[in-house]
Design a protein around this ligand. Structure first.
Ligand SMILES: Nc1ncnc2c1ncn2[C@@H]1O[C@H](COP(=O)(O)OP(=O)(O)OP(=O)(O)O)[C@@H](O)[C@H]1O
Length: 368
């Protein structure tokens, strides 16, 4: 996906996006069914004015449906959607999308192909006098660094530029709530980091309450104040990126944020025995099976003779650290490790492996 003349670093000057009056957004016990499919089940969530929240989860878990309910393009089967505390989803007093003060960036950007970039952005400003709408559109385009492409058409733009036009169109009317559906998923990796950081700056500048749908934990951690982790139509955990990463509430949440080596064992005297050691299993009943989860970057490679006996069976250079495969006595699969490796150790060598016990997460095996 090549970038064209405006370049991928060409966003406009920070601080020039118009500020919005952020709105509080709430979902109260929302359920959404499509025929036999229950896309959302009893979802409740409050988003504070100006907060940036990421809806994170695998494909089909209901993220887009929640976004569409907030926008008003979908009506809930049960429960309420609240804007500034006011029920906007009641069938008798339903507020249509165009009257909600909500901006939407669609996954495929949904630009109108027959309209110029300028007219795409002006589309959301139909209430303004033509000269004022034009000035507002150009200012929004300037903020995303695309004023010079105002008279181009969407097919003439790269993917990254189209994303910026979609963003300019969404912020131009200064919405109190901004909803973005997988805004970075169509961008290549090189472009993605810049766009993500610029978008984060832009969201903060507008002050709008923002919800971003993503399946990428890194997107969520980099951009959001709070992450809402979803699974099969339900919210499984809400917290900051650090909280979800450090204290995942379930095996599902832990797996979502990290590649783990998992090892099962039975709980006795409050701990689980594994080939890697004995780890505390708080809250898991005696005799139950538990899963101990070892994170790759928490394992330390030490000289042979210290801690666990292991053998290095694979090594891939990744830049700052190596990705290592280590066989540990008593365990039939390779332990996945991310660590810098000293030049003296080679594949095939015997090594020592240290796994700090307070870094190991333990969950009930039934929790999968
Ligand atoms: N209009 C619809 N009619 C029928 N089923 C639907 C409709 N919209 C969504 N669904 C179903 O509801 C479930 C949740 O879909 P949704 O698009 O909200 O998930 P998602 O988490 O956003 O997934 P993705 O990341 O793939 O977009 C899925 O099983 C989907 O097939």
């Amino acid at each position: 996906m090549a970038e064209t003349k405006s370049g991928w670093l060409g966003w406009g000057r920070r601080g020039t996006a118009g500020a919005a009056i952020p709105m509080a957004l709430g979902f109260e016990n929302v359920t959404q069914r499509f025929g036999a499919v229950t896309a959302l089940s009893h979802v409740s969530l409050s988003v504070k004015p100006g907060e940036i929240v990421a809806l994170l989860g695998q494909s089909g878990c209901g993220k887009t449906t929640l976004l569409r309910l907030a926008a008003g393009v979908e009506r809930p089967s049960a429960g309420r959607v609240l804007l500034e505390g006011r029920d906007v989803s009641n069938p008798d007093r339903f507020i249509e999308p165009e009257h909600r003060g909500v901006g939407f960036v669609f996954q495929d950007y949904a630009l109108f192909p027959h309209l110029s970039v300028r007219d795409n952005v002006r589309f959301g400003l139909r209430g303004q006098a033509p000269a004022a709408a034009d000035a507002t559109a150009l200012r929004a385009l300037g903020r995303v660094g695309l004023a010079e492409l105002a008279d181009s058409y969407p097919h003439m733009l790269s993917g990254g530029e189209q994303q910026r036009v979609a963003l300019a169109r969404a912020i131009a009317p200064r919405p109190g709530v901004l909803l973005m559906d997988e805004p970075f998923s169509n961008l290549d990796r090189r472009l993605r980091d810049v766009v993500r950081d610029e978008t984060a700056a832009l969201l903060e500048e507008t002050g709008a309450t923002s919800i971003i749908v993503t399946h990428d934990p890194e997107d969520a951690m980099r951009i959001a104040d709070r992450i809402v982790l979803m699974r099969a139509g339900r919210i499984v955990q809400v917290g900051t990126g650090e909280e979800l990463y450090r204290q995942p509430g379930s095996l599902f949440a832990a797996r979502f944020f990290c590649d783990l080596t998992e090892v099962e064992g039975r709980v006795s005297d409050g701990a689980v025995d594994t080939p890697f050691g004995r780890f505390a299993a708080p809250g898991i009943a005696e005799g139950m099976m538990a899963v101990a989860c070892i994170r790759p970057h928490r394992v330390r490679i030490v000289p042979k003779g210290y801690y666990l006996r292991g053998r290095l069976t694979g090594r891939r250079f990744l830049g700052e650290a190596d990705h290592l495969q280590v066989m540990v006595d008593g365990f039939d699969r390779a332990l996945s490790v991310r660590a810098p490796l000293s030049g003296e150790i080679a594949v095939g060598d015997e090594i020592g492996v240290e796994i700090p016990s307070d870094e190991v997460l333990v969950f009930p095996a039934a929790d999968q």
